[in-house]
Design a protein around this ligand. Structure first.
Ligand code: PMP
Length: 360
């Protein structure tokens, strides 16, 4: 719900006003095809499920480890970095919100693309951070030269959301080389769907000001557990920890910590379910292209697709919703012609294809 009330009492003048982020719907009905929030259709690792089933409720008497040591250790081992280079939080929304608060305290505007994750302007507004949105080029790509201006920081997702487009390491390196004096955050929420060696984690030893964020919500099928992390230089992580400990020391609960460790340790399952989604994504993309859809090349677990004229994205979105198929549609000018369709199971995508064949 967007705010708000007319400010007519004097106490209301002291209320911090923001226009909140609007997450995708979480419909209550069963038997729907839910492709609107980029969740993973496959269950989390069976190892994580075992941990949850066996979790000793007695442990909840105690506060969780504020340093989230076990999970940070297993993430550090997984990526071959030090535990002191890993910050853990309650979803990337928590990690990114903390990062905005920690690193973007300057007077110059923070730069991010237009289109991108619509939470970035919300955190900027919340923390009173000036920002400038840099339009993507005509093919929805980031042009590093457009970022060559004085700024207080840079952030973008890679692959970008909602476009699904992946930018190469060369593009990111160019932005990093242009901006040694501010923190550059690469939000890698969807990077596991972009292939081996797609991440810029390997640039961290070269750039003390590079922070990379990751989440368990997409590739690890654990959106409900709220687990995410950031990797960067020890200095960046120390600064983040200091802010986190000045706000809420116990963000991550003991149940999620235990299940998260089990997920990281089950690499085989993880890779398998990521591969399934990539295969389904590529097949689905081909199929809807032959139906006349314009589909941006996706390296994520969703596609950004515009239906063929005379159909509009909004019309298809509403019709699909009536049939219990949920997509995401954004009304902003550049996103308006497109639907963002999360990749579900093969069966779910076949039902979507049937719906398109009937309606389009
Ligand atoms: N970054 C991007 C680009 C996203 O699309 C999302 C999902 N809404 C997030 C971060 C946040 O994901 P989570 O808080 O579940 O980790």
């Amino acid at each position: 719900m967007a705010v708000i009330y007319e400010v007519n009492m004097s106490w209301e003048e002291n209320v911090r006003l923001v226009t909140p982020y609007v997450p995708g719907e979480q419909p209550k009905e069963k038997n729907i095809i839910k492709l609107n929030t980029n969740e993973n259709p496959y269950p989390p690792s069976p190892e994580a499920a075992k941990v949850l089933k066996g979790f000793d409720a007695e442990l909840l008497k105690k506060y969780p480890d504020p340093n989230v040591t076990l999970l940070r250790e297993s993430i550090a081992k997984y990526h071959g970095v030090k535990t002191s280079q890993v910050f853990a939080g309650v979803g990337s929304d928590d990690v990114l919100g903390m990062a905005f608060l920690t690193f973007f305290g300057g007077e110059e505007p923070v730069l991010f693309p237009d289109l991108t994750y619509s939470f970035y302007p919300v955190w900027s507004e919340l923390y009173r951070i000036p920002f400038t949105e840099i339009p993507l080029d005509d093919t929805f790509r980031i042009r590093p030269s457009d970022y060559r201006i004085p700024c207080g920081g840079v952030i973008f997702p890679n692959p970008n959301a909602p476009t699904g487009i992946y930018e190469t390491k060369e593009v990111i390196r160019e932005i990093l080389n242009d901006h040694p004096d501010v923190v550059v955050i690469v939000d890698e929420a969807y990077i596991d769907f972009a292939g081996e060696n797609a991440s810029v984690l390997d640039l961290i030893p070269e750039y003390e000001n590079l922070l990379v964020t990751r989440t368990f919500s997409k590739s690890r099928s654990m959106a409900g557990a709220r687990i995410a992390y950031a990797v960067g230089s020890e200095k960046l992580i120390d600064y983040l920890m200091a802010i986190r400990n000045s706000y809420n020391s116990y963000t991550m609960n003991s149940v999620s910590i235990a299940a998260g460790v089990a997920s990281v340790e089950d690499d085989g399952y993880f890779r398998e379910s990521v591969e399934k989604i990539k295969t389904t994504r590529d097949r689905f993309t081909e199929e809807i292209r032959t139906m006349g859809f314009t589909v941006l090349p996706s390296s994520a677990n969703f596609v950004f697709a515009a239906p063929p004229a005379p159909h509009t994205a909004e019309e298809v979105f509403l019709k699909a919703r009536e049939k219990g198929i949920y997509f995401r549609h954004f009304s902003s000018l550049r996103a308006n012609p497109y639907l963002r369709i999360t990749i579900g199971t093969d069966e779910e995508m076949d039902q979507v294809l049937r719906f398109f064949r009937e309606e389009i």
